[in-house]
Design a protein around this ligand. Structure first.
Ligand SMILES: O=P(O)(O)OC[C@H]1O[C@](O)(COP(=O)(O)O)[C@@H](O)[C@@H]1O
Ligand SMILES: [Mg+2]
Ligand SMILES: [Mg+2]
Length: 334
């Protein structure tokens, strides 16, 4: 069985519009991959403005957004929602699909030649532009990301498994490289620990117990990774397991974390669930949540299911347990 059949890509024959949008995005990704490789990275990574959320916009953020928007002219996409645009933009009147996109993810990594990406979510279009996007992530028809790293690769789900496609720079084709399944055991966690003092007690307690290693309630040592690129983090975790956390914290503007629900959390959650992982806001599955605004942020915890469920359990602990020194956190002593 080919990867295409494994993840239901064979079904694309019955969803020709979704297939057309994915092919268009793959073509844009191929071109972006070339532009990134060519550089100069200092220019691609230069700050050129600010988006509606107050995030700085790099030159490549806008190049990627404009490239996707231009390529979608005439495509079966009625509504276009991008991290780089304040509002939903109409594309093809009456077309059946809505596309949400983070055209360039991990933009703080552009100038240092680290992995960056593009994240996308395809939904059925409704007459109301916002209503097309403000719905549970389970209603996505397809979700994916492209990672621009040592290899450029596409990771895609149509809701029946998740699979990998690797760009061959010689032929310019994305070649199928098989279905992906998140390993069920791992000792890696990913979180921006510089925010430790801003976290809520359950998140601190979870990370305290990881840091305590074999001297703490978990009785084993952990390793930490933080690339500051959601796509790169997702790719590592889908490949070799682990857990990612971008929780809410006490900084101004971070009361729902940093990551945007519609075009970051929801597509990553579908990809992760379809690869056998779990994705929550710390407690509840991301795919069951209904965002209230286009650029809404949601805390995101995803990865190997047993780890993600453990984080939820820390949120359920009585206050005295969370506040206890890790050595005495009896519930988690194995
Ligand atoms: O710099 P921080 O706070 O660690 O945040 C890193 C996170 O921000 C992001 O870069 C946000 O995405 P954008 O680059 O698309 O704004 C994520 O990819 C990453 O996980
Ligand atoms: Mg992003
Ligand atoms: Mg971005």
């Amino acid at each position: 069985m080919t990867a295409a059949e494994d993840i239901g890509l064979a079904d694309l024959a019955t969803q020709p519009e979704v297939a057309e949008v994915i092919r268009t995005l793959a073509r844009v990704a191929r071109e972006l991959s070339r532009r990134i490789a060519r550089g100069p990275l200092e220019r691609h990574g230069a700050t050129v403005g600010e988006n509606s959320d107050g995030d700085s916009q790099k030159a490549l953020d806008l190049i990627a957004d404009r490239a996707v928007f231009a390529a979608l002219q005439g495509a079966p996409v009625r509504w276009y929602a991008s991290e780089e645009r304040d509002e939903v933009v109409p594309l093809t009147p009456g077309a059946p699909l809505a596309l949400a996109i983070d055209p360039l993810d991990g933009s703080s990594n552009i100038d240092v030649n680290m992995s960056i990406g593009t994240i996308f979510s395809i939904l059925p279009a409704q007459d109301d532009p916002l209503a097309s996007f403000l719905r549970p992530g389970r209603e996505q028809l397809a979700a994916g990301y492209v990672i621009y790293g040592p290899q450029t690769a596409l990771v895609l789900t149509l809701g029946r498994g998740t699979a990998l496609w690797v760009l061959d720079p010689e032929t310019g084709r994305f070649e199928p490289a098989g279905p992906l399944a998140i390993p069920q055991r791992s000792n890696e966690f990913a979180i921006n620990v510089s925010n430790y003092r801003h976290w809520a007690p359950p998140v601190r307690a979870y990370i305290d117990d990881c840091l305590a290693g074999e001297t703490g309630p978990r009785d084993k040592n952990f390793n930490m990774r933080w690339v500051a690129s959601l796509v790169a983090e997702t790719h590592r975790i889908i490949t070799r397991g682990g857990i990612f956390l971008y929780p809410a914290d006490a900084r101004r503007g971070y009361d729902h974390g940093r990551l945007r629900h519609v075009y970051e959390c929801a597509p990553i959650a579908l990809l992760v669930e379809q690869a056998g992982g779990a994705a929550t806001d710390g407690c509840d599955p991301i795919l069951d949540l209904v965002p209230q605004a286009l650029h809404e942020r949601t805390p995101l915890v995803f990865g190997t299911p047993v780890k993600v469920h453990r984080v939820a359990a820390y949120h359920d602990l009585p206050h005295e347990e969370v506040a206890a020194l890790f050595g005495q956190r009896g519930l988690f002593r194995q």
